[in-house]
Design a protein around this ligand. Sequence first.
Ligand SMILES: *Cc1c(COP(=O)(O)O)cnc(C)c1O
Length: 391
Amino acid sequence: MYSMQNQHKTRVELSADALGHNIDAFNSILSGAKMMAVVKSNAYGHGLVETAKIAEKKGVAWFGVDNVDEGLALRRSGIKKPILILGYTLNSRLRDCVDNGLSFMAYNKETVKALGALKLKPLGAHPSKDKKAAYVHLKIETGTTRQGTAGKELVDLAKSLQKISGVIIEGASTHYANIEDTTDSSYAELQLQRFQENLENLKKIGIDPPWKHTACSAAAILYPETYFNLARVGIAMYGLWPSKETQAVAKREKRLIELRPALTWKTVIAQIKSVKKNTPVSYGLTEKVTRNAKLAVLPVGYWDGYDRRGLSQVGQVLVHGRRCKVVGRICMNMCVIDVTDVPRVKVEDEVVLLGKQGKECISAEDVAAKIGTINYEVVTRINPLLPRIVI
Ligand SMILES: *Cc1c(COP(=O)(O)O)cnc(C)c1O
């Protein structure tokens, strides 16, 4: 039952059912707004192309990536839906965006200048997605103090974009700074108000982009007034709550949805050995077993994304549905666990590093608490070179 036949000693399994369930959950609360599946950073560790193909079948309208190369990887895999690059796009890659129909964020005048230098053909009266154009989303600074621009600078930027042939202002967006970390929505409300003021300013110069979007997962779960016509959903699509606070407010406001974690990170046992009480284990001899023990060597380490600083000596994994502790230091490609209490354990038995096995579960939140970070970082850090297997 706990042995697995496969070609990869360590792998990440992606549940198409769980992902599909979470997407359906959003489609049912978005009240007509469309969903952008945020698949940046290798789909938060879940596998970029694997995730996007499932999401496309589920009918998501947009994909959000961090950079041109992720967008190109999606295009190469046959994804035809609109793709928005959420992070910074180098001026030298704007041509790639135009050639591959990748929409991108604009907030710098240098971007406007580089777009002018592309000398794109005028689009005529009826631009369509088949014509090569630069599809721009204005990024509006409303208080996150990150990417974006606002006020007169935004209006000037939009005006100069309007003058460049082949440029379409397709969207306007902003991003909230303080939704996940609080149960108080006042700063988000202030940002939303500033967003609306900036939209008004744009309207005055005749710019009313067809796509307006502000919501991330937490906003999409909690605040329908942030939807406009598109919500950018990342973490919750993967079945993880943006934070405890988001979950608490959802409960309070009767907006809880059921999220199913889609990722299971697995490895196998490489060796089993019995050692005497007080035997030191792994580099630096940082821990000695406190009893006569049975140890298992796992072929997984910090290269794979298994945190050395936070999980050496204290990490837990599942073997035969039981929690087993990491013993000693985590190495580059290996670590050691205590399997004394697991009967009939054998070489190549399945080990779960993250996710469910039997009745037990190691959640991304458990690991995050141990290593002093958030669930986002736990899944995103899993080495992208490990195979992603859709189940
Ligand atoms: C990553 C990202 C999102 C998704 O945020 P989640 O909290 O994972 O839903 C949305 N918008 C922007 C601009 C992002 O960078």
